[in-house]
Write a protein that binds this ligand. Sequence first.
Ligand code: GLU
Length: 328
Amino acid sequence: MQTPPDTADRAPDPHPAGPATTRLAPSPTGALHLGNARTFLVNWALARKHGWRIILRIEDIDGPRVKPGAIDLTIDLLRWLGMDWDSGPLIQSNDLEPCRVAMRRLAGAAQAYPCELTRSQIEAAASAPQEGAHDIAFPSSLRPALVSREFAKADELSSWRFATPRGLVEFHDFFAGPQRHDPSATIGDFVIWTKREQPSYQLAVVVDDARQGVTHIVRGDDLLDSAARQITLQRALSLPTPSYAHLPLVKGPDGRRLAKRHGDTRLDTFRARGVPAERVIGLVAFWCGLGARTPMSVIEFRQRLDSGTIPRTEVVYTPEDERWLLSK
Ligand code: GLU
């Protein structure tokens, strides 16, 4: 009798046959702020304009940083702004098996290896970060011989790293234009499975985008250099590369990314102070090049949004913006 084919190690379907699909992918690590509102509203409006299916995916694998109640609050705030979706919420941590399947495949193909090195050991062996890189690159001298391995349960000591292939990754980003990155030089071998027995963000996002049939990714440009890492992983797993649109982030007047230091810009704080969703949407519309600030429904925003007029440079949240939001 023939043994049935072993399907356990089958990679996620490399060619999901399906409609154009995008995802709203909040991490419930804190409350949504005005910058997140802009990204999600633009993503939602582009999807509804172009007829893409929308999945709501809650990226909760960030372990200890996930705050209790944050998932419900995040969903509630997206609804308050008037957004809807066709599928989800899918909770990322509910099904990590496809990521284990991907790990078995990468480890078996000598493209991933366990690593017990501590941060200080890596820093000691590394040279200064390259210009433009956020962090030191994992030095190639620390990579062990690449051999086919069995992906075993990691322990408290070891994470697994991806053996990042050398070479330029080129892609076209809808907002940021042509991109050329060499993640093997700027990042080196990066963690794809953590010591906490979970996939890293980079692996989980690649596996989930593929199995959920995501074809269009719209997100903040803080993730632009992650896209190159994700493309190297997609190639190693024979998965399709979606199209990317990385929106310039909203910054504070000091030119730094919007954060607590710029005051409380959380949507639930504005809501509690009586600011209607239409004012938040009106400010986002102003930031998207739709003319003077004026309260706006999500439907009007969707109708008027023109991806061609969205500024390709950073947007600054000014004291005037705040005064307008809070005015009656
Ligand atoms: N969950 C990520 C965030 O909230 C977004 C990840 C992605 O869009 O790939 O920043």
